[in-house]
Design a binder for this molecule. Structure first.
Ligand code: CA
Ligand code: CA
Length: 323
Protein backbone atom coordinates (compact mmCIF):
# COMPACT_ATOMS: atom_id res chain seq x y z
CA UNK A 1 0.00 0.00 0.00
CA UNK A 2 1.25 3.48 -0.80
CA UNK A 3 0.22 6.30 1.45
CA UNK A 4 0.64 9.79 0.14
CA UNK A 5 0.03 13.08 1.83
CA UNK A 6 -2.07 15.57 0.06
CA UNK A 7 -3.14 19.09 0.88
CA UNK A 8 -6.49 17.87 2.10
CA UNK A 9 -5.08 15.08 4.18
CA UNK A 10 -3.85 11.52 3.77
CA UNK A 11 -4.94 9.59 0.79
CA UNK A 12 -4.67 5.87 0.24
CA UNK A 13 -3.51 5.40 -3.29
CA UNK A 14 -3.33 1.65 -3.37
CA UNK A 15 -3.48 -1.26 -0.97
CA UNK A 16 -2.79 -4.96 -0.72
CA UNK A 17 -2.17 -7.89 1.67
CA UNK A 18 -3.86 -8.64 5.00
CA UNK A 19 -2.46 -5.79 7.05
CA UNK A 20 -3.52 -3.18 4.61
CA UNK A 21 -6.15 -1.93 7.04
CA UNK A 22 -3.99 -1.43 10.13
CA UNK A 23 -2.07 1.54 11.51
CA UNK A 24 -2.73 5.26 12.14
CA UNK A 25 -2.27 6.19 8.57
CA UNK A 26 -5.08 3.88 7.66
CA UNK A 27 -7.23 5.18 10.47
CA UNK A 28 -6.59 8.75 9.33
CA UNK A 29 -7.28 7.92 5.78
CA UNK A 30 -10.51 6.11 6.71
CA UNK A 31 -11.61 9.03 8.90
CA UNK A 32 -10.85 11.50 6.16
CA UNK A 33 -12.74 9.36 3.67
CA UNK A 34 -15.72 9.15 6.03
CA UNK A 35 -15.58 12.87 6.56
CA UNK A 36 -15.36 13.34 2.83
CA UNK A 37 -18.24 10.91 2.33
CA UNK A 38 -20.44 12.60 4.95
CA UNK A 39 -19.33 16.11 4.02
CA UNK A 40 -20.36 15.73 0.39
CA UNK A 41 -24.08 14.96 0.99
CA UNK A 42 -24.09 17.66 3.69
CA UNK A 43 -22.61 20.21 1.30
CA UNK A 44 -24.99 19.04 -1.41
CA UNK A 45 -27.90 19.25 1.01
CA UNK A 46 -26.68 22.62 2.19
CA UNK A 47 -26.27 23.77 -1.41
CA UNK A 48 -29.68 22.29 -2.22
CA UNK A 49 -31.29 23.98 0.73
CA UNK A 50 -29.48 27.18 -0.25
CA UNK A 51 -30.86 26.97 -3.80
CA UNK A 52 -34.31 26.13 -2.51
CA UNK A 53 -34.14 29.04 -0.05
CA UNK A 54 -33.01 31.26 -2.91
CA UNK A 55 -35.91 30.06 -5.04
CA UNK A 56 -38.37 30.64 -2.20
CA UNK A 57 -36.97 34.11 -1.67
CA UNK A 58 -37.21 34.87 -5.37
CA UNK A 59 -40.79 33.51 -5.50
CA UNK A 60 -41.66 35.63 -2.47
CA UNK A 61 -40.21 38.72 -4.14
CA UNK A 62 -42.12 37.96 -7.34
CA UNK A 63 -45.36 37.51 -5.37
CA UNK A 64 -44.75 40.78 -3.55
CA UNK A 65 -44.02 42.49 -6.85
CA UNK A 66 -47.23 41.08 -8.42
CA UNK A 67 -49.21 42.09 -5.35
CA UNK A 68 -47.81 45.62 -5.56
CA UNK A 69 -48.69 45.77 -9.28
CA UNK A 70 -52.24 44.51 -8.63
CA UNK A 71 -52.68 46.98 -5.77
CA UNK A 72 -51.40 49.82 -7.95
CA UNK A 73 -53.67 48.69 -10.84
CA UNK A 74 -56.73 48.51 -8.59
CA UNK A 75 -55.92 51.88 -7.05
CA UNK A 76 -55.50 53.42 -10.51
CA UNK A 77 -58.81 51.85 -11.66
CA UNK A 78 -60.54 53.18 -8.58
CA UNK A 79 -59.01 56.61 -9.21
CA UNK A 80 -60.00 56.53 -12.91
CA UNK A 81 -63.53 55.45 -12.07
CA UNK A 82 -63.78 58.21 -9.44
CA UNK A 83 -62.46 60.77 -11.96
CA UNK A 84 -64.92 59.54 -14.61
CA UNK A 85 -67.78 59.82 -12.10
CA UNK A 86 -66.72 63.35 -11.20
CA UNK A 87 -66.44 64.32 -14.88
CA UNK A 88 -69.89 62.85 -15.61
CA UNK A 89 -71.35 64.78 -12.63
CA UNK A 90 -69.76 68.01 -13.83
CA UNK A 91 -71.01 67.45 -17.41
CA UNK A 92 -74.54 66.73 -16.13
CA UNK A 93 -74.43 69.82 -13.91
CA UNK A 94 -73.28 71.97 -16.85
CA UNK A 95 -75.96 70.43 -19.11
CA UNK A 96 -78.68 71.08 -16.48
CA UNK A 97 -77.45 74.63 -16.00
CA UNK A 98 -77.38 75.28 -19.75
CA UNK A 99 -80.88 73.88 -20.15
CA UNK A 100 -82.16 76.06 -17.29
CA UNK A 101 -80.41 79.07 -18.86
CA UNK A 102 -81.94 78.29 -22.26
CA UNK A 103 -85.41 78.07 -20.79
CA UNK A 104 -85.16 81.04 -18.45
CA UNK A 105 -83.64 83.27 -21.10
CA UNK A 106 -80.49 83.89 -19.08
CA UNK A 107 -77.90 82.85 -21.67
CA UNK A 108 -74.31 82.72 -20.55
CA UNK A 109 -72.32 85.42 -22.47
CA UNK A 110 -69.63 82.84 -23.33
CA UNK A 111 -72.25 80.51 -24.84
CA UNK A 112 -73.76 83.43 -26.75
CA UNK A 113 -70.36 84.34 -28.20
CA UNK A 114 -69.71 80.70 -29.05
CA UNK A 115 -73.05 80.49 -30.89
CA UNK A 116 -72.29 83.69 -32.79
CA UNK A 117 -68.99 82.17 -33.99
CA UNK A 118 -70.68 78.93 -35.08
CA UNK A 119 -73.34 80.74 -37.13
CA UNK A 120 -73.56 83.53 -39.70
CA UNK A 121 -75.57 85.75 -37.38
CA UNK A 122 -74.59 88.92 -35.56
CA UNK A 123 -74.67 89.07 -31.77
CA UNK A 124 -77.97 90.99 -31.85
CA UNK A 125 -79.45 88.45 -34.28
CA UNK A 126 -78.36 85.53 -32.06
CA UNK A 127 -79.98 87.30 -29.12
CA UNK A 128 -83.24 87.80 -31.04
CA UNK A 129 -83.21 84.20 -32.31
CA UNK A 130 -82.72 82.99 -28.74
CA UNK A 131 -85.88 84.92 -27.76
CA UNK A 132 -87.77 83.22 -30.62
CA UNK A 133 -86.42 79.87 -29.42
CA UNK A 134 -87.84 80.49 -25.95
CA UNK A 135 -91.22 81.47 -27.41
CA UNK A 136 -91.28 78.29 -29.49
CA UNK A 137 -90.33 76.26 -26.43
CA UNK A 138 -93.26 77.71 -24.50
CA UNK A 139 -95.49 76.82 -27.48
CA UNK A 140 -94.17 73.27 -27.18
CA UNK A 141 -95.06 73.31 -23.48
CA UNK A 142 -98.60 74.42 -24.24
CA UNK A 143 -98.99 71.74 -26.88
CA UNK A 144 -97.53 69.14 -24.50
CA UNK A 145 -99.94 70.26 -21.77
CA UNK A 146 -102.88 70.22 -24.17
CA UNK A 147 -101.87 66.77 -25.33
CA UNK A 148 -101.53 65.49 -21.78
CA UNK A 149 -104.81 66.94 -20.51
CA UNK A 150 -106.54 65.80 -23.67
CA UNK A 151 -105.35 62.20 -23.43
CA UNK A 152 -105.71 61.75 -19.68
CA UNK A 153 -107.09 64.02 -17.01
CA UNK A 154 -104.68 62.50 -14.50
CA UNK A 155 -101.62 63.52 -16.48
CA UNK A 156 -99.89 66.52 -15.00
CA UNK A 157 -97.24 68.25 -17.04
CA UNK A 158 -94.86 70.27 -14.93
CA UNK A 159 -93.38 73.38 -16.54
CA UNK A 160 -90.05 72.58 -18.25
CA UNK A 161 -90.36 68.93 -17.25
CA UNK A 162 -91.22 67.35 -20.57
CA UNK A 163 -89.89 69.84 -23.09
CA UNK A 164 -86.38 69.15 -24.30
CA UNK A 165 -86.44 71.57 -27.23
CA UNK A 166 -88.54 72.58 -30.22
CA UNK A 167 -90.62 69.56 -31.21
CA UNK A 168 -91.62 68.57 -34.74
CA UNK A 169 -95.21 69.89 -34.43
CA UNK A 170 -94.16 73.45 -33.55
CA UNK A 171 -91.25 73.28 -36.02
CA UNK A 172 -93.53 72.31 -38.93
CA UNK A 173 -95.96 75.06 -38.04
CA UNK A 174 -93.07 77.55 -38.10
CA UNK A 175 -91.82 76.32 -41.51
CA UNK A 176 -95.29 76.63 -42.90
CA UNK A 177 -96.37 79.96 -41.42
CA UNK A 178 -93.07 81.87 -41.15
CA UNK A 179 -91.01 80.49 -44.02
CA UNK A 180 -93.88 79.73 -46.36
CA UNK A 181 -92.76 76.19 -47.01
CA UNK A 182 -95.63 74.22 -48.44
CA UNK A 183 -94.40 70.75 -49.05
CA UNK A 184 -95.17 67.09 -48.60
CA UNK A 185 -95.38 65.54 -45.15
CA UNK A 186 -92.38 63.33 -45.88
CA UNK A 187 -90.21 66.36 -46.75
CA UNK A 188 -91.35 68.25 -43.64
CA UNK A 189 -90.27 65.29 -41.52
CA UNK A 190 -86.92 65.06 -43.31
CA UNK A 191 -86.25 68.81 -42.87
CA UNK A 192 -86.87 68.43 -39.13
CA UNK A 193 -84.66 65.33 -38.94
CA UNK A 194 -81.79 66.90 -40.91
CA UNK A 195 -81.91 70.29 -39.18
CA UNK A 196 -79.50 69.36 -36.42
CA UNK A 197 -77.07 66.83 -37.82
CA UNK A 198 -75.71 65.91 -34.39
CA UNK A 199 -79.15 65.05 -32.96
CA UNK A 200 -81.09 63.71 -35.92
CA UNK A 201 -84.83 63.47 -35.29
CA UNK A 202 -84.66 64.79 -31.70
CA UNK A 203 -86.32 67.99 -30.44
CA UNK A 204 -84.18 70.98 -31.39
CA UNK A 205 -82.03 72.47 -28.67
CA UNK A 206 -80.78 76.04 -28.82
CA UNK A 207 -77.45 75.29 -30.55
CA UNK A 208 -79.03 72.97 -33.16
CA UNK A 209 -81.79 75.51 -33.77
CA UNK A 210 -79.28 78.30 -34.47
CA UNK A 211 -76.74 76.33 -36.54
CA UNK A 212 -79.56 74.83 -38.66
CA UNK A 213 -81.15 78.23 -39.11
CA UNK A 214 -77.79 79.68 -40.17
CA UNK A 215 -77.58 77.23 -43.11
CA UNK A 216 -81.31 77.56 -43.84
CA UNK A 217 -81.19 81.36 -44.09
CA UNK A 218 -77.59 82.32 -44.81
CA UNK A 219 -75.84 79.14 -45.96
CA UNK A 220 -73.52 79.15 -48.97
CA UNK A 221 -74.63 77.21 -52.04
CA UNK A 222 -72.45 74.27 -50.91
CA UNK A 223 -73.92 74.30 -47.36
CA UNK A 224 -77.50 74.51 -48.62
CA UNK A 225 -76.80 71.80 -51.23
CA UNK A 226 -75.47 69.44 -48.53
CA UNK A 227 -78.59 70.18 -46.46
CA UNK A 228 -80.94 69.49 -49.41
CA UNK A 229 -79.06 66.30 -50.28
CA UNK A 230 -79.45 65.00 -46.70
CA UNK A 231 -83.18 65.81 -46.85
CA UNK A 232 -83.62 63.98 -50.18
CA UNK A 233 -81.55 60.96 -49.10
CA UNK A 234 -84.53 59.51 -47.26
CA UNK A 235 -82.76 56.52 -45.69
CA UNK A 236 -79.49 58.41 -45.05
CA UNK A 237 -77.32 55.89 -46.95
CA UNK A 238 -75.40 58.52 -48.92
CA UNK A 239 -77.30 58.14 -52.22
CA UNK A 240 -80.54 59.37 -53.70
CA UNK A 241 -81.87 56.27 -55.44
CA UNK A 242 -84.56 55.94 -58.09
CA UNK A 243 -87.02 54.70 -55.44
CA UNK A 244 -86.35 57.77 -53.31
CA UNK A 245 -86.76 60.04 -56.35
CA UNK A 246 -90.05 58.31 -57.12
CA UNK A 247 -91.28 58.91 -53.52
CA UNK A 248 -90.18 62.55 -53.66
CA UNK A 249 -91.57 63.32 -57.12
CA UNK A 250 -94.79 61.28 -57.18
CA UNK A 251 -96.89 64.19 -55.88
CA UNK A 252 -95.36 66.76 -58.21
CA UNK A 253 -97.43 65.65 -61.17
CA UNK A 254 -101.14 66.19 -61.39
CA UNK A 255 -102.66 62.85 -62.18
CA UNK A 256 -105.33 62.71 -64.84
CA UNK A 257 -108.29 60.41 -64.18
CA UNK A 258 -108.00 58.96 -67.66
CA UNK A 259 -104.38 57.86 -67.10
CA UNK A 260 -104.06 54.08 -67.31
CA UNK A 261 -100.97 53.96 -65.14
CA UNK A 262 -100.75 57.17 -63.07
CA UNK A 263 -97.22 56.29 -61.96
CA UNK A 264 -95.95 56.05 -65.55
CA UNK A 265 -95.44 59.82 -65.81
CA UNK A 266 -93.54 59.87 -62.50
CA UNK A 267 -91.29 57.02 -63.68
CA UNK A 268 -90.49 59.00 -66.84
CA UNK A 269 -89.74 62.08 -64.75
CA UNK A 270 -87.41 60.03 -62.50
CA UNK A 271 -85.49 58.82 -65.57
CA UNK A 272 -85.10 62.40 -66.86
CA UNK A 273 -83.91 63.74 -63.48
CA UNK A 274 -81.56 60.79 -62.95
CA UNK A 275 -79.99 61.37 -66.36
CA UNK A 276 -79.40 64.99 -65.34
CA UNK A 277 -77.80 64.27 -61.93
CA UNK A 278 -76.09 60.88 -62.29
CA UNK A 279 -72.74 62.12 -63.59
CA UNK A 280 -70.83 58.84 -63.08
CA UNK A 281 -73.68 56.74 -64.55
CA UNK A 282 -73.98 54.24 -61.70
CA UNK A 283 -77.77 54.52 -61.48
CA UNK A 284 -77.97 56.62 -58.29
CA UNK A 285 -77.11 60.16 -57.22
CA UNK A 286 -74.18 60.63 -54.84
CA UNK A 287 -73.27 63.92 -53.15
CA UNK A 288 -70.50 64.33 -55.78
CA UNK A 289 -73.07 63.92 -58.58
CA UNK A 290 -75.38 66.38 -56.84
CA UNK A 291 -72.71 69.04 -56.27
CA UNK A 292 -71.28 68.60 -59.78
CA UNK A 293 -74.71 69.12 -61.35
CA UNK A 294 -75.43 72.19 -59.20
CA UNK A 295 -72.13 73.80 -60.19
CA UNK A 296 -73.42 73.89 -63.75
CA UNK A 297 -77.09 74.48 -62.90
CA UNK A 298 -77.67 76.00 -59.41
CA UNK A 299 -81.40 76.30 -60.05
CA UNK A 300 -81.69 72.52 -59.66
CA UNK A 301 -80.90 72.87 -55.93
CA UNK A 302 -84.46 71.98 -54.90
CA UNK A 303 -85.23 69.69 -57.82
CA UNK A 304 -86.78 67.02 -55.55
CA UNK A 305 -88.96 69.37 -53.47
CA UNK A 306 -88.89 72.63 -51.56
CA UNK A 307 -86.83 72.50 -48.39
CA UNK A 308 -85.45 76.07 -48.23
CA UNK A 309 -87.25 79.39 -47.76
CA UNK A 310 -87.75 81.80 -50.62
CA UNK A 311 -85.71 85.00 -50.75
CA UNK A 312 -88.85 87.01 -49.88
CA UNK A 313 -89.63 84.87 -46.84
CA UNK A 314 -86.03 85.19 -45.61
CA UNK A 315 -86.02 89.01 -45.92
CA UNK A 316 -89.43 89.20 -44.24
CA UNK A 317 -88.23 86.99 -41.36
CA UNK A 318 -85.17 89.17 -40.65
CA UNK A 319 -87.32 92.30 -40.74
CA UNK A 320 -89.49 90.89 -37.93
CA UNK A 321 -86.54 90.22 -35.61
CA UNK A 322 -86.83 93.78 -34.23
CA UNK A 323 -83.12 94.29 -33.77
CA1 CA B 1 -80.77 56.90 -49.91
CA1 CA C 1 -74.03 58.36 -59.54
Amino acid sequence: MVVTKTASGVKVAAGGGNGGATGNGNCNSNGAARRTQTAEPQAAAKEKSGVSAGKEKSALLTSKCILRTITAFLASNKRNSYNAQMRAKQTNRRRRQRKMDELSGKINPKLLENLRKKTKFTKAEVDALCRIYRKLISNCQYSAKALATGSSSAAIVKPHATVEGIDRVVFRELLHSTFDIVTEEILMERIFSCWDRAHEGLPLRLEGWLTGLSIFLRGSLAERAHFCFRVYDLNSDGFITKDEMFTLLRNCLIKQPQDEDPDEGVKDLVEIVLKKFDLDKDGKVSIEDFMGTLEAEPLLLQAFGQCLPSETATVSFFSTLQI
